[in-house]
Design a protein around this ligand. Structure first.
Ligand code: SF4
Length: 508
């Protein structure tokens, strides 16, 4: 056998050994496989225009959607508040999925609990599960705030969170004055960005609903659902610190998803202080960095008398310019000279590399704000978007994307796809390919099948490590995104030029 105690092979090498290759070949006879010619013919057929039309005609089936369900976004948002326990009213398996999904991306544990509803609760209602769950969670984990969201099962039977939480107080499961935020997050509509929005609004409502507003000069910033939260929120704090403005980041999970290894397990770490959440009502304005992660929250902030503004994932030069100008306009403080120098450095780096970026075609998939921000930056770099796909994109998003692409000569090839999944993307790339693909780890099968190099720049990234520790927001983040794109382009160039040896050189 190739595997022995003296010479332990990793799986990647082990399964290429002749013994395993023979084993894989032999077991095909028991697997009921189709003949290889038929498989090859089918593989060729799914790359055709004819199949693309059939694929786009499907109505009742989604294959590999580039989105997650609402409560996952709610758990992520809850993790951004001080000593707050994300709590799902529903099935245990759903919560296990949210925890593992976030853990696999951040390489950090993600504590969250559920009311463990099973068949009896599905028939008779989950009130008792809620009472027991709140009591256990309060006594065992001693949080300062519990943030309750729902999974499908609770929504299908119509459990009323407000009434259930009130009942739990009546029964003495939690103290009368203990804060419990809640959000109904039915997963059969919307996506994780909607769940994020509803939970942030739920937490703000918990502290703002009955309070009186006394306006101050402070601003609230809502970063939105962001796989780069660790690097991005720290970068945001640095930028706002350079400005010298007073601010509160609402839902700051940068420390929760980046606890140090120093011998102490931290179930809760960092997060927006609950006193700051309460004081956030008095803020002059609330700014969201991702419009589609904050629709309801901004409506709520506006109803309280605050100014509001939203952006689409501020990456690159013009998007960062807009954000900084807005902060300057709201606070009356000038854009700091230090940030102006950073802008110049990013423009310099873009100019240095423009020969390798110019005219490269790229397709992009992900959340609506990310796709918008990424397409915008790609065009600043001289790249040409081909397919821009967002499974959770809306009609409004399509209109915004169309306007963005039409307003830029680099956007002439751009097509916008809302509500489509990655199996649609496969047909699009097979029939109208681009040179590169930007998205999450879920794009790796498209890369394998179609030979289009994948650049991982959005959540979730499972098969590469620690990207989330470095920012993508702002000018500094723009540099990092630029380098990530360039590294892939130059790697591909090296592979291509190595075939002939011509132009395979050290000067790029
Ligand atoms: S879609 Fe519904 S059942 Fe599936 S994980 Fe999300 S909440 Fe649970």
């Amino acid at each position: 056998m190739p595997q022995s105690a003296e010479k332990i092979l990793d799986h990647s090498k082990l399964f290429n050994e002749p013994e395993y290759q023979k084993l894989f070949e032999d077991k095909k006879q028991f697997e009921g496989c189709h003949p290889e010619e038929l498989v090859a013919a089918q593989a060729a057929h799914i790359n055709t225009w004819e199949y693309r039309e059939k694929n786009f005609a499907r109505e009742a089936l989604t294959v590999n959607p580039a989105k997650a369900c609402q409560p996952l976004g709610a758990v992520f948002a809850a993790a951004g508040f001080e000593h707050t326990l994300p709590f799902n009213h529903g099935s245990q398996g759903c919560t296990a999925y949210f925890r593992s999904h976030l853990t696999r991306h951040f390489k950090e544990p993600c504590p969250a609990v559920s009311t463990s509803m099973t068949e009896d609760a599905a028939v008779f209602g989950g009130l008792q599960n809620m009472i027991d769950g709140l009591q256990n969670a309060y006594q065992v984990y001693k949080p300062k705030l519990i943030a309750v969201s729902t999974t499908c099962i609770a929504e299908v039977i119509g459990d009323d969170l407000n009434a259930f939480i009130g009942k739990a107080r009546e029964k003495g499961a939690i103290p009368e004055d203990f804060p419990v935020a809640y959000a109904h997050t039915p997963s059969f509509v919307g996506s994780h960005v909607v769940g994020y929005d509803l939970m942030v609004k739920g937490v703000l409502s918990c502290f703002w609903d009955k309070a009186e507003r006394t306006p101050t000069a402070k601003i609230n910033i809502i970063p939105g659902f962001d796989g780069y939260v660790v690097g991005n929120n720290r970068e945001l704090k640095r930028i706002l610190g350079e400005f010298g403005v007073e601010f509160t980041i609402m839902a700051d999970s940068s420390d929760f998803f980046d606890t140090p290894t120093d011998g102490t397990y931290r179930m809760f770490d960092g997060g927006t202080k609950l006193t700051d959440v309460a004081e956030g009502l008095n803020a002059k304005a609330t700014i969201s960095l991702q419009q589609y992660c904050s629709t309801k929250t901004l409506e709520y902030a506006q109803s309280k008398g605050q100014d509001v503004a939203s952006f689409h994932y501020p990456m690159g030069v013009s998007a960062t310019d807009e954000l900084l100008m807005k902060i300057s306009e709201i606070t009356g403080k000038p854009v700091p000279a230090t940030l102006e120098r950073e802008r110049g450095r990013l423009v310099d780096a873009m100019a240095d590399s423009s020969a390798w970026l110019h005219g490269k075609t790229v397709s992009i998939f992900g959340d609506p704000d990310f796709v918008y921000g990424m397409a915008r930056f790609a065009m600043e770099l001289g790249m040409e978007p081909v397919h821009c796909l967002s499974t959770n994109g809306t009609k409004e998003w399509v209109a915004q994307m169309d306007e963005l692409l039409k307003g830029n000569s680099y956007g002439a090839k751009g097509q916008v796809w809302a509500g489509k999944d990655l199996w649609h993307m496969r047909s699009l790339l097979a029939t109208e390919p681009s040179e590169f693909l930007i998205g999450s780890s879920y794009g790796k099968y498209l890369e394998k099948d179609l030979g289009i190099p994948l650049i991982r720049l959005t959540f979730p990234i499972f098969d590469r490590h620690h990207h989330h520790r470095f920012p993508t927001f702002g000018y500094q983040g723009g540099l990092r995104v630029l380098v990530t794109i360039l590294d892939k382009i130059l790697d591909v160039l090296d592979v291509e030029t190595a075939k002939t040896g011509i132009s395979y050189d050290l000067v790029r």
